[in-house]
Structure formats: C-alpha cells, structure tokens
Design a protein around this ligand. Structure first.
Ligand SMILES: Nc1nc2c(ncn2[C@@H]2O[C@H](COP(=O)(O)OP(=O)(O)OP(=O)(O)O)[C@@H](O)[C@H]2O)c(=O)[nH]1
Ligand SMILES: [Mg+2]
Length: 469
C-alpha cells in the first residue's frame, strides 16, 4: 500500500488508512434470531452429512465474476491451470507424502548413493517413527532435523521454538529494513544539534507517531530522554538505543510462541483476517514449519468463495506434504470446516489449519459467518479452535488496531501474526498493537517465501526495527 501523506490526527483517529477491498456479501445477510440460528445449525448438520454443495458451472462463474468485481481477489495464487469445475480434492492418505521437492530415491538402490565416493559419516540414527527422509546424513540439514526431532521427543507439547538458524537474524534485520531505514533517516535529521532541547523532543515524538509506534510509546521515549538527557549531549545512535530498550520492554510480554497442546489431536488452528493480509501464505509457511518438525498437518480450504483461493492452498499442501480438505468454490465454508475437523480427527492428524475467506471487520454478516464456522467446528470438538490467529498486514498502518479489536471480539482471536514486515516502513504498528491489546504475537512474516516466517522475539525485533543490528 502506498504511503500517504495525511494529517497526523487523521491517521491517528481513523479514516487514515484505506482498508483492503471489500469482499462480496454472501446471499444470506440478515441478523438471525436465536431460534432461527438454532434451526440453521440443525439444517447445517444435515447439509454436512449430505453431498457437498456444488453450484452449476454458470452460477459458479457468475459468482466468481461478481466477487472479482468487488475486489475480493487480491493476488491470484501462483497455481497451475486447472479446470474450474474440478471436483473436490479426493481424500489423500494420511500421514502425507514427503514434500515434493525431495527426490524419491530409486527402489532397490542401497545407500549410500553411488555418486558419493566417501564412506558414510557416522551420525545418530533418526528416532523411530520420525519422518526424517531427506538429504544425505552428512548435511547440516539432516543433523538439525535429528536434533530437532530429539528435542521434540523430550518436550512433545512445546510449540515451534524460535529456531535460530544461521542467517535468522540477518533475515529479520533485512526484513525490517524499510521500517528501520525510515526511522534512522528521521533521527539523523532531528538530532543535528549537540544538546537535547524541547524542539528536538517534539520532532522525535512526531517521527515516532509517523512511524506508527503509537502515542504511548512516543511519550515513553521522549519522557525518558527528557528526564535523563535534557540539555546534555546526545547522538542519534544513543536515541536508537533508548528506543530499542523501550520497544523491547513493551513487546516482551506479548512475544509468546504458539504452544501446541498435545492433548488436542488435532490441534485446530483457525486463520482469520482481512482480504490479502497473508492468511493462506502464512498457513503454507506454518505447514512447512510443522512438517519439518515431523508433525502431521492437514489443511482445510475454508475460503470457499474463490476457486483460486482453494487452488492456492492445494499448492501449499503439495509443497509441504499436507493433505488439503476442499470442496468446490461456492460451497458452504462451515460445512467444509466440519468435514475437515472430522477427517483430521479420524485420520489422527496432529494439526488442522483452517483457511478462511478474507473479510473486512466492519462487514457484520461476514463476521457472523465466521462465528457460525466456529460454532460448527465445536460440534466436532467443543474445545476447538485451539488457536485463532489473526494475520495483520504490516503495510496497513492504523487500521490494524481496529482489525484486532473487532476480530478479537467476534472471532475470539488468541494470537497475532504480522505479515509483510519486509515491505513496510510502518512496522511500528506492532508496538502500538502490543501496547493497546496485549495479545500474544506468535509469528512475523518477512517475505513471501516458505521460510520467511519467524517466531516473534521481542528484543531482536526491537533492535532490528530501531536499526541497532
Ligand atoms: N512481502 C511479503 N508478502 C507477503 C507476506 N505474506 C504474504 N505475502 C503476499 O501477500 C499476498 C496475499 O497473501 P495471501 O496469503 O494470499 O493473503 P490472504 O489473506 O490469504 O488473502 P485472501 O485470501 O484474498 O483474503 C501474496 O502475494 C503473498 O505472497 C510477507 O510476509 N511478506
Ligand atoms: Mg487466502
């Protein structure tokens, strides 16, 4: 989203950021009464057991076109061409096959492969039952996999650890470069004089507000500098250090990994958010992460509005070796979620991740559909979903605050994923959100690639965004 020069107060108090395009309203939009809701739920049970709803091709095409005209299609998925009338994906055997990138070794060829002349280096064998098929045993990847699997065997209920591989910090730092560059440039322009005065503090406050850190953070930093350094020599670098410390202080309580409670099988993750915020991409990244930890993952293509959205998830399923439960475009999303929850339970999946259609938080009827979907999942497992993750597009700016508030109330959001931090100068919004809502931030997205997801670590994020790395 292009940066817009707007009045500061306008950006603070709404209307400052254009929200992504609105989704099409579904056919049913009226607020249901309690009785009709109950009736609808009973009806739904019947629908769930019946054959999947398939629209006639011409209706499906008209629906897709109408949705497209309303701007629901943010980014077409990079998918291979497929016939639009494609039937629902056939059930895949579970656990899933290995990722497609891994070449299948030729049958009957004993290891090591003939191409490798050296004798095999001794490494600990993979723990029994772990899915560690992959590269030769001498590679760092293999050793890391073994270590990860062993660690997991000791603590099976822990969530994804912030796996600090080499280059991790590098990726985070370069991901946040646009945000930190904007801040660094601004600080250099403000701190031209030697001694800290009131005007410099005011300019600093403005700069922090423009970078979306929020009023509280801006006040905290300027108050501290006024207290500790007023009329004393100070450099932009020293201001960055204070800023990083204050950001770290605010973010530390919300930097919590997503803990996968092994008592829930499957552990159901529901992904929600506005259009184009990165839900489906994040699901692909998470599927890859969890599969690499040896977990079985099933995906549910709950964005049933668009055929392209279903195909996008299917591509991620193929890439990550996660079976995808899907129905034709136009099907009822709640019915699909019910089927997926049932299948995941029957097939013993460790994790089920449910995609949903993007929706603006102010579209009451669409938020109502989300509530219905949650009610239906609970018919399979009353404790589900075990995590409801809101993906926030970091380029959105102040509107993200409203998204957290409304999705939090309507969908019971349990944690946040902030995406596109690599493409924004407004990453500071995460600090404002943390300060206002205190919701856990589990992951951040710093690129479109499958590995461009990081467990959220407060101090590293603070240092990276303040340009201290
Ligand atoms: N640079 C960058 N791009 C991202 C990131 N996450 C997602 N994207 C891109 O953002 C676009 C939208 O991502 P999707 O995952 O399709 O978003 P969505 O929320 O599923 O969208 P809808 O289903 O249409 O609501 C795609 O082009 C993604 O590649 C990120 O962390 N960084
Ligand atoms: Mg999507």
């Amino acid at each position: 989203m292009a940066e817009k020069k707007k009045g500061f107060f306008q950006r603070l108090f709404g209307g400052g950021d254009a929200a992504p395009p609105e989704p099409a309203a579904p056919a049913e939009a009226a607020e249901p009464s309690v009785a009709s809701q109950l009736e609808a739920d009973i009806l739904l049970d019947e629908v769930v057991e019946a054959a999947p709803l398939v629209l006639p091709p011409e209706q499906e095409l008209a629906l897709a076109r109408a949705l497209h005209e309303e701007g629901r299609s943010i980014t077409p998925a990079p998918v291979p061409p497929a016939p639009p009338e494609e039937p629902p994906a056939p059930p895949e055997p579970f656990p899933a096959p290995p990722p497609v990138e891994v070449p299948v070794p030729p049958v009957e060829v004993p290891p090591p492969p003939a191409e490798i002349p050296e004798p095999p280096v001794e490494v600990p064998p993979a723990p029994a039952g772990r899915d560690l098929a992959g590269p030769p045993e001498t590679t760092i990847d293999y050793i890391e996999q073994v270590e990860a699997a062993e660690a997991e065997a000791i603590a099976p209920v822990s969530g994804p650890e912030p796996a600090k591989k080499p280059g991790w910090l590098q990726r985070l730092t370069s991901g946040l470069k646009r945000s930190s560059d904007q801040l660094t440039g601004g600080l250099a322009a403000v701190f031209t004089k030697k001694k800290l005065d009131e005007q410099m503090l005011e300019e600093l406050e403005d700069l922090l507000l423009q970078s979306d850190f929020g009023l509280e953070m801006a006040a905290a930093v300027t108050d501290r500098l006024r207290r500790e350094r007023f009329e004393r020599a100070i450099t932009a670098d020293e201001v960055r250090a204070v800023l990083a410390a204050e950001i770290g202080r605010v973010l530390a309580p919300v930097a919590k990994p997503l803990v996968l409670d092994a008592a829930h099988k499957p552990f159901v993750i529901l992904m929600v958010g506005v259009n184009g915020s990165g839900k489906t991409t994040t699901i692909g990244k998470l599927a890859s992460l969890y599969r690499s930890q040896g977990r079985t993952v099933m995906l549910a293509a709950g964005d049933t509005f668009r055929a392209a959205a279903i195909e996008q998830l299917q591509v991620w399923g193929e890439r990550t070796g996660a079976p995808v439960v899907a129905r034709p475009a136009g099907s009822d999303a709640s019915g699909l979620a019910f089927e997926a929850a049932t299948r995941a339970r029957e097939e013993g999946a460790d994790i089920l991740i449910i995609d949903t259609a993007g929706r603006l938080q102010n579209r009451d009827e669409l938020m109502g559909e989300l509530e219905k979907l949650i009610r239906v999942i609970r018919k399979v497992d009353p404790t589900a979903p075990h995590a409801t993750l809101l993906t926030l597009d970091a380029t959105t700016g102040q509107n993200a605050l409203n998204q957290v508030e409304i999705f939090g109330k309507r969908a019971g959001v349990t944690g946040l994923v902030m995406t596109k931090l690599d493409g924004t100068a407004r990453g500071g919004i995460l600090v404002a959100i943390a300060q206002k809502f205190g919701l856990p931030v589990h992951f951040i997205g710093v690129g479109e690639g499958v590995d461009n997801i990081e467990a959220f670590a407060a101090d590293d994020f603070a240092a990276a965004i303040a340009g201290r790395h």
